[in-house]
Design a protein around this ligand. Sequence first.
Ligand SMILES: C[S@@+](CC[C@H](N)C(=O)[O-])C[C@H]1O[C@@H](n2cnc3c(N)ncnc32)[C@H](O)[C@@H]1O
Length: 236
Amino acid sequence: MRLEQGQITVLKQEQAIIENSYSSLKDFIQVSFAIDFPKDISGKRILGVGEGLSEATLRLREMGAEAWAIDPKYADMKALRKGLEEDLTIFRTWLLGDQSMTDSEKYIIMRRNTNTVDSFFSPNDNANRQYHIAASACFLPFADRTFDLYFSSYAVSSFLLPSDVVFRQAIDEGLRVLRPGGELQLYPWVPNEKGDHPEERATQERLFENLQSRSIAFAVEPTSYTTPPRLKITLP
Ligand SMILES: C[S@@+](CC[C@H](N)C(=O)[O-])C[C@H]1O[C@@H](n2cnc3c(N)ncnc32)[C@H](O)[C@@H]1O
């Protein structure tokens, strides 16, 4: 079943997921640790899904990619900014109380967050706002075989995996908009081996079975010793 939400279409089961999610603001360096971007980015068509206030799309465009971002929260930029500022206030309070960091480390993190918000909403970047499209992962407003790379950092695998229906439709949509040879990357991909979320594990296994039956290659790749792996799916 589909519901219209403002100007975007979402699955009925997706609505609560969107409402209960929050928008973070990873800068490009943080996203680059999570996502394996092509070495030569120039001219590549790239879609970031659930991008929130990440600056990845703007930086990818500066490097010559044809990058686009989608997020349901782009339907109301004012609400997005207000929600983010509230989240940042809570985060800063938590950060100040954290004993494991020095004051200068805390200062750097706060400065980085503030800079990213300012950059996202700055008038200079407004011209690029046309590349931030209000849409949900389950209904991508792009033609089949458009993109070389689909990536999602802390969005599709973090929020959609608990709903098998939503997650499956999001992956089908992702594969639909990828060109032959294109890649879909999700970060983080937590294998859930302890069995604390058996439904999520079953959804992960169903995805792998589905990909295998369609001869679509996939790999769970390490990102570093201290961060979780990512899932990379490569179309034939
Ligand atoms: C934690 S933020 C991640 C933002 C960014 N990718 C980053 O790495 O900083 C999660 C984002 O997922 C978005 N989201 C939630 N449900 C979604 C859905 N069904 N389709 C697309 N994006 C969704 C939220 O609006 C939110 O902006």
